[in-house]
Design a binder for this molecule. Structure first.
Ligand code: GDP
Ligand code: MG
Length: 164
């Protein structure tokens, strides 16, 4: 079986965009697992000599903050259970967010290696500055990336495949 990489983060940070960027192939295979998770979307990805699946943990949007974190954690938990590694996506333009800190705290307790992707960093110089504050999440080096433009994803993928 191919290793699975879960894409985790709160809504609108750019998980789906980054996933499509990492998967690279437009006609990527979509795997449905009825009964496991609704809208579970898997795509094949390749980097250097490695092939793996990326799974989006869903684009559900919740209006109520009290419902929000438990549901994201639940989605993440289900995805993480079958994953070899995870990419935790945060929004570099919005900056550090309380919800990110709570998700990070939970992720630090898991045994799956987590890479921190600070998305929406289109400008490399600004991106470094935007990413720096996310060191405080305690998940190691924050990788400044842009799912839209693609910058930074090579470094992220180089580290990712070391964990697969
Ligand atoms: P998701 O809810 O986490 O899956 O986020 P989406 O991938 O649906 O993106 C949410 C919003 O952020 C959309 O309006 C995207 O166009 C925007 N977005 C995603 N990636 C980037 C990025 O790298 N840079 C910028 N500037 N916007 C982005
Ligand atoms: Mg999405």
């Amino acid at each position: 079986a191919l290793p699975i990489v879960a894409i985790i983060g709160r809504p609108n940070v750019g998980k789906s965009t980054l996933m499509n960027r990492l998967a690279q192939v437009q006609d990527a295979i979509v795997y449905d697992e009825p009964g496991v998770t609704r809208d579970r979307l898997y795509k094949r990805a390749f980097w250097r000599d490695r092939e793996f699946l990326v799974v989006d943990t869903g684009g559900l949007v919740f209006g109520d903050d009290t419902e929000f974190l438990p549901l994201i954690r639940q989605q993440a938990m289900t995805a993480l259970a079958e994953s070899t590694a995870a990419i935790f996506v945060v929004d570099g333009q919005q900056g550090l967010n309380g919800a990110d800190e709570e998700i990070a705290q939970w992720l630090r307790e898991q045994s799956v290696p987590v890479l921190l992707a600070v998305n929406k960093c289109e400008s490399v110089d600004q991106g470094m500055a935007q990413a720096a504050e996310f060191w405080s999440l305690g998940l190691g080096e924050p990788y400044a990336v842009s799912g839209i433009h693609g910058n930074g994803t090579g470094d992220l993928l180089d580290t990712l495949i070391e964990h697969l």
